[in-house]
Design a protein around this ligand. Structure first.
Ligand SMILES: Nc1nc2c(ncn2[C@@H]2O[C@H](COP(=O)(O)OP(=O)(O)OP(=O)(O)O)[C@@H](O)[C@H]2O)c(=O)[nH]1
Ligand SMILES: [Mg+2]
Length: 347
């Protein structure tokens, strides 16, 4: 600013103003006024309106440049810090974070990751991670066929696809294996359950029992059944409806040890809810699970986590609404892990 200004020395201000105005114009700016050291004279800096404008613009540019400089410095500092932490040999946390976030991306929950993360390290590529996940799961899930009974009981929460899955699995035995089957409906709750059950059963068997509401009735049906296999459908029960769960349990209790209790779960249910469901239905003694609605998600980590935690046997997955075609066979832990990596049903 001083460069644009002109210096004046006067003994009084009125005298100075007259001269400055005639010199720099009526609108001249007085920038500073000080008493000169060692005298009574006034030292005045003034400038013309044009120079004042130039000085203002220049100052503005300087401020903007300073601001940009600050921003560049901040960016530079951040990059330096990042580079430093990457090059720092004590980066154990970063390695762990990388593998943990890869496992998260595969849809696994914190609890399972906590259990298995010590088996992984940051040097592992996707192939190695996949192989390890398969091995870990394969060691957990049941491959036992010792409970391979001929009475199938489908249990689980409401609306997960119990009736649909029963019909799909029963179809295999009738349409593919050419076996005779009977169906039994214990669902006394849902409106329309009988119609839905009847619709499918009519296609599968000539022995359908649709009004079974007492354990004694079920006993008679099973005793007198002339068919090789019996498929029993039950009412959907919320995991929080303990009375309801017990009510169905009492119906089948007598046949618990001679039947295959199949827990039907939806692949779109949240992990914590799935755990609650598994805990509550464990009263029945679960022999097998079926995950349905795998066509309605691309995240299969929950399936892995549940099988890893409970070790259930799994043979089928529901992949759509059509009976009998929308069912997929699971032949190994590899099928599930592949789905997690591909983010789609690849079996
Ligand atoms: N997308 C999709 N829909 C399914 C699948 N399995 C069943 N569904 C649908 O889910 C809905 C409920 O199926 P149900 O078989 O009646 O279920 P449920 O468990 O018997 O139901 P409740 O008896 O009321 O407890 C229906 O619309 C089915 O068509 C599946 O694998 N994928
Ligand atoms: Mg049903």
């Amino acid at each position: 600013m001083e460069n644009q200004a002109k210096k004046y020395l006067f003994s009084s201000m009125p005298e100075a103003l007259d001269v400055i105005k005639s010199d720099l114009g009526e609108d001249a700016y007085i920038i500073t006024t000080n008493k000169q050291k060692g005298s009574d004279m006034l030292e005045i800096y003034a400038c013309s309106p044009e120079n004042m404008k130039k000085a203002y613009n220049k100052q503005n540019s300087i401020d903007r440049i300073k601001m940009l400089e600050n921003q560049v410095n901040a960016i530079f500092n951040t990059i330096s810090k990042m580079a430093e932490s990457i090059n720092n040999p004590d980066t154990g946390d970063i390695e762990e974070d990388a593998i943990v976030s890869r496992l998260h991306c595969l849809g696994l929950d914190d609890e399972t990751i906590n259990d298995i993360s010590s088996e992984f390290d940051d040097s592992m590529d996707d192939e190695a991670i996949k192989a390890k996940l398969i091995k870990l799961l394969d060691n957990k899930i049941s491959h036992s066929e010792s409970d391979d009974h001929n009475i199938f009981i489908f249990i689980g929460p409401t609306g997960v696809g119990k009736t649909t899955t029963l019909s799909k699995i029963a179809s295999e035995y009738t349409l593919i294996n050419n076996e005779d089957i009977a169906t039994v409906n214990l669902d006394v709750i849902r409106q329309g359950a009988k119609n839905q059950f009847e619709k499918y059963s009519n296609l599968l068997t000539n022995e359908m029992h649709k009004n079974v509401i007492y354990p004694s009735q079920l006993r008679r049906v099973i005793k007198n059944c002339g068919k090789k296999r019996i498929f029993i459908d039950t009412s959907g029960r919320s995991q929080f409806d303990e009375n309801g769960i017990m009510e169905t349990y009492k119906m089948i209790e007598e046949f618990r040890n001679q039947s295959r209790k199949i827990l039907v779960l939806s692949a779109v249910t949240k992990y914590n809810d799935l755990k609650d469901i598994c805990e509550k239905f464990s009263t029945y003694g679960i022999d097998e699970v079926v995950f349905t609605k795998i066509d309605e998600t691309s995240d299969y980590g929950n399936i892995y986590s549940i099988l890893y935690k409970y070790g259930f046997r799994i043979k089928n997955m529901g992949c759509g609404q059509e009976v009998p075609k929308d069912i997929k066979k699971i032949s190994s832990a590899e099928d599930i892990v592949s789905m997690m990596f591909e983010k789609k049903s690849v079996i």
